[in-house]
Ligand binder design. Sequence first.
Ligand code: FES
Length: 180
Amino acid sequence: MKVEKTNKVMDKNDFSDLDIDQKVCELVNSNGYKRPDLIQLLQDITAEYNYLPEGGLRCVSERLGVTFAEVYSAATFYKAFSLEPRGKHIIQVCVGTACHVRGASRILEEIERRINIKAGETSEDFMFTLETVNCLGACALGPIIVIDGEYHGQMTPAKVSKLLERYTVTKRVKAEAVAI
Ligand code: FES
């Protein structure tokens, strides 16, 4: 039942809201999901689109035969789910106590400066979403950030800057290729 992730860039220009709802409905109807699969289905939609569009949640409700309120409740209960479109790359900065005393705020500031958004925001091109979390359970490695599920410990502003180059350089190269 696990859906293979295609690592799609959620560029708002790619699809209208209707397109996205339709694609999510296709996913919902394609894998024989049953009522007990609600969380798995929400995870699969998130893995594919990085968020849970409302129209897609209505399809989930119809497909599984559960009320929309129940689907909505599950979708808003877990922090891993978002009802808002999120970027292709999810950056999480731990601001828990152990990371905080080791300079997490400087790491966060450097990331905000590099990708030009604040914590809690998604970049206009839907490349990045920046989030803060309270403890990732790896305090000894602090300050720590997670990008797309990959942990990066003992961060410094210089290291984080270098790390982000991977993503911003790829984007710049693509933009230059389009301009040629
Ligand atoms: S406080 Fe950052 S990992 Fe625990």
